[in-house]
Structure formats: C-alpha cells, structure tokens
Design a protein around this ligand. Structure first.
Ligand code: NAP
Length: 333
C-alpha cells in the first residue's frame, strides 16, 4: 500500500482530495449520533460556536482540495452556515459542488436532550415545496445536487407522480436530482430509483449511500448506479465514528487496526480510503467534527489499499440487518 505520491511504483487507483467531500451533519446542530461529541465539540454548543466550527472546517477542507460539500435542510443551521461561507468566499463558491437534501424537518430547536424526535421524515409534495423554497433562499444558485433524504422502500419518493413532476422541473433548472438511502435494503431502494422515469427519461441521477467496511451490502446496486451515469457519494464511511481511532478498539475492527499499524496510517483514513477504492465511488464524505479529525481523514487521499489489503478487510462486514440495528441504537448527544 504505497503512501508516497511521488512513488513511481504506487498503485494505479489514486484518490485525490477532490474525491473527498465534507459533510456537515456533525456541526450544523448541537445533537447528532456520532460517537465522541462530548469531547470533540465545545461545551457550549452555541449557534455562534458551531458556525465558527463549520466555517473553520470549510476553510481547511477547501484549502486541502476538497470540492464537494454536503448539507441538508435537517442539519440544524448547516445550510445557513454553508451559505454564509459561500458568500464570504466567492472564489471557492465558483469551484465547489454543493449538495443538500430535503425530506427531514429539524425539530430539536437547538436542544440535545429532552427532545422527542430530532428530525421528522416526510417525503411529501408539501414538504418538498416548503424545503426547496427554504434551501433556495439560503443557497440560491449554489445548489448543484438535491437529494430526497434517507429513502427506504415504500417511500413516496419512489412512486408519487406529483412529486416526480416537481423533481423533474428542478432537474430542468440544472440541479442534479437524487436520493440518499439508509437501512438494510439500500440496494433495493437504489434499483427502484434507477427505474423511475418522467416522460420516458430517468429522473434520478445521484445517490448518497452508506458504505463502510462494516456495511457493504449496497455495493452491487451502487455499481449499477455508477454505470448508469449517476453521481455516487459515500456517506458514513467511518460508520458514524465506529471505525475511527479511539472507537475502533474491539475485535470487529482488528483487521483495520492491523493494516493501519502496518502501513503507518490511521484507521479513519484507511476506512475512507477503502471506500474511495471502490470503482463506483465518485465522492467519499468526511464527517469530521474537528480540524484534527479532518486533517486525519484527508490523509485518505494518500492511502492506496491494493486488492490484497482490501480483501483482508472483507471479513469485517456485518450482516446488514445487524449493522442497521446497531446504528439505530446510537444515542443522539
Ligand atoms: N441519510 C443521509 O443522507 C446521511 C446520513 C448520515 C450522514 N450523511 C452525510 O455524510 C457525512 C458523513 O457521515 P457521518 O458524519 O455520519 O459519519 P462518519 O463519516 O462515518 O463519521 C464521522 C464521525 O466520526 C468521528 N471521527 C472522524 N474522524 C475521526 C478521528 N480521526 N478520530 C476520532 N473520531 C473521528 C467524528 O465523530 P465524533 O467527533 O463524534 O467522535 C465524526 O463526526 C455527514 O456529515 C453528512 O453530510 C448523510
């Protein structure tokens, strides 16, 4: 696994920072499910503190070559923080691709505890009409990709003709329309979405899906989406922090630790590099909450697992049902 970019014997698949993106789920609101928030975020998670944190991460990511930025209506004030940063950095705004999502409404009112639900999902035309207005008011023409948030089988996003008409109209304005997926049936969802047409033309052209060393089940469907010309974005490449250094301590991550130690890299970067090595992956998101995490995550661009390395990590994969059961038990904090 060569890590020196100048090494002429380096493996051919060489992810550049531009293939790494930055997600804002962990910093746009005080509460989320990633694992070390008590130590990684300021004790006072005020709006101003998280705005500063988001802007610092965006500055550092852009300076390192990151050109894909991911947000969502439901990430608290993340769209607003990103919009401010884009306004203050017109040169960056001209270069980055901005993706957002609609379909979840943020309901936690900047609280972390004593909240019934932090977000409420509804893939209806009424929610789309409201949220595209809200997103456009903040991100305006910077909106490049708009995804239905966390689609699972049975979502109206896959079947509602009125919603499809609206999404097709947005696509006609030049926005790439797609979906993010979650749950053990991601592959079925992606294949159903691949078949959706409006006036005989495919509607969706982008997907953001969970793929990591513990949950690989969506890979065949993501390969089909990539082959169909979709933009394929990988989220949760570190399994919500389970594959990052201090959390990757159990037997389930022994292979990752061993390879990281052997190659002088961090488990987090290796986990992201494994995602970037998938032939169908266009962008792999870092969900960093701190500048140190971001710097560590971005070293993934210099790590090139060869097929033998990747094969040694295959055994880490869990049955999809078990993976998503564990994820559903992660507390919001
Ligand atoms: N349904 C959807 O569409 C959906 C769902 C989830 C995420 N996303 C998008 O995907 C992005 C990335 O996913 P994610 O943030 O959920 O998951 P992730 O990338 O699997 O995990 C990120 C978390 O791992 C921890 N971490 C990262 N590097 C670390 C390091 N070097 N050392 C220790 N801990 C480290 C941090 O959490 P702590 O600081 O808390 O430890 C960080 O917030 C999100 O920001 C969001 O934009 C979309």
């Amino acid at each position: 696994m060569p890590t020196d970019p100048a090494d002429p014997t380096a493996a051919p698949a060489r992810p550049q920072p531009a293939r790494l993106g930055l997600g804002t789920a962990a910093v746009g609101r005080p509460g989320y499910i990633t694992l070390g928030r008590d130590t990684d975020l300021p004790a006072e998670r005020t709006v101003d503190a998280l705005r500063r944190r988001t802007h610092d991460l965006l500055d550092a990511a852009y300076a390192a070559g990151v050109r894909y930025l991911d947000t969502a209506r439901s990430y608290g004030r993340a769209e607003e923080f990103l919009a401010q940063w884009l306004t203050e950095h017109p040169e960056a705004a001209a270069e980055v691709t901005v993706g957002s999502k609609w379909g979840y409404t943020y309901t936690a009112d900047w609280q972390t505890t004593g909240v019934g639900a932090h977000e409420v999902k509804e893939h209806s035309t009424a929610v789309f009409d409201r949220q595209i207005r809200e997103t456009r008011a903040l991100l305006g023409e910077h909106l490049d990709v708009y995804l239905v948030h966390s689609v699972v089988p049975g979502s109206p996003a896959l079947t509602d003709p009125a919603l499809h008409e609206r999404l097709a109209a947005l696509a006609a304005e030049g926005v790439r329309v797609g979906l993010s997926t979650s749950g053990p049936a991601q592959g079925d969802t992606i294949r159903e979405a691949l078949a959706v047409t409006v006036d005989g033309r495919p509607l969706f052209t982008a997907v953001q899906a969970t793929w990591n060393l513990l949950e690989t089940s969506a890979a065949p469907a993501l390969a089909e989406a990539h082959a169909a010309g979709w933009l394929v974005v990988v989220k949760e490449g570190m399994a919500n922090g389970r594959l990052a250094g201090r959390n990757a301590t159990g037997p389930d991550t022994a292979a990752l630790r061993a390879l990281a130690a052997r190659t002088g890299t961090g488990p987090d970067a290796l986990a992201l590099a494994a995602a970037a090595a998938q032939p169908w992956a266009d962008i792999v998101l870092s969900g960093a909450a701190t500048l140190d995490q971001l710097a560590s995550n971005l070293t993934a661009a210099r790590v090139h697992p060869d097929p033998q390395d990747l094969a040694a990590l295959d055994a880490m994969a869990e049955p999809a049902q078990a993976y998503w059961r564990t994820r559903s038990q992660l507390p919001w904090a």
